[in-house]
Design a protein around this ligand. Sequence first.
Ligand SMILES: *Cc1c(COP(=O)(O)O)cnc(C)c1O
Length: 420
Amino acid sequence: MYDYIKKQDAEVFAALLGEEERERDGLELIPSENYVSRAVREASGSILTNKYAEGYPGKRYYGGQGFTDAVEVLAVERAKKLFNCKFANVQPHAGAPANIATYFALMEPGDTIMGMDLSHGGHLTHGHPVTYITKIFNFVRYKMKDIETGEIDYDEMLATAKREKPKVIMAGFSAYPRELNYEKFVEIGREVGAVVIADVAHIAGLIAGRAAKNPFDAGFDVMLTTTHKTLRGPRGGMVLVRESEELAKKIDKTIFPGFQGGPLMHQIAAKAVCFGEALHPNFQVYAAHIVKNARAMAEVFKRENIRMITGGTDNHLILADIYGSLGIGGQEAQDILDTIGITLNKNMIADDTRKPMDPSGIRFGTPAITTRGMKEKECARVAELMLEALKAKDDAEKKKAIRAEIKELCTAFPIPESFV
Ligand SMILES: *Cc1c(COP(=O)(O)O)cnc(C)c1O
């Protein structure tokens, strides 16, 4: 591996080896991360990075597109099959540009969009004040009615929608552990004449693997996603349109030439490979296990009286109020767990009284450790070790023993090279 880098660039080589070792010997619990197959990495590292392919298959600006067209058509056709829709644009470089381009396709500057409150699980791209998109569109919010169960306040949502007349209603989150009532979103959207979009960046793999509901089944118009989270593909974004050709054409135009330049054809090839893997029956087994494993971890937290936002999980992630439960801030918890070989992230909880850089919560999930082949038993053990380490934060000996057990788990469950 890395033969040429090794020969010509010792510094980059050292960093790559370090990361190989980190991924091999530690457990990745960041719920937006995963381990991709060697096939996805081969496509991602392929010669397609050499090619400019501005435009779409059959309508490119430059010549020499026989193979780029073939690859993009494969990615599009597989995506449509996977998510059960009529149109797919696989060119967005990542999730954020997919979202922003779609906003521009559906709204004029000054228009209103309604999304999940950020502290209740929404994403930065859903109108966080630090993002420039808030200078262009007007964001209004809905929230959970009950933080302990996670139920969304759909009555309030309807009232806000009637008052603010959003052009777009957005369902989706990066830190919400429950299923949404997609029918309600569609109902409210139809009532106020808004386009209804689901940003499924986190749960796309669960939807593709039939372990979560598909918003298109409830009548959503558009789905936005990344391809690198539960979907287990290369870093990238994608926009799916259920039925409307008019909407799909508008979105194509905003992505290119409106917003991006040449597509990353190597990443599009890797997306095609990833979608091929996700269409394999194995993937449904994988997706189902992500959810079972998260539930097994949540049960341990519940048994140990750790407060979880929404009381548990229906998907791949858990958001725990670690400060409220153990008196340890999110930053400190993240640092302690780092020392035992567990990577996760600190996270704001709903109505957090602490600061974003040291919030009350930790967020973690099971996509990556499920890829390693871990089942409920191992995942429950990992959850126990996490809590043991946090409670023994000043006991170096104890933490050393926990680190050793994590390393053993990593050896017993190596990162696989292939899934089909
Ligand atoms: C991760 C995520 C994004 C952004 O994806 P990037 O690839 O990091 O730009 C957008 N929306 C949601 C809900 C996400 O979880």
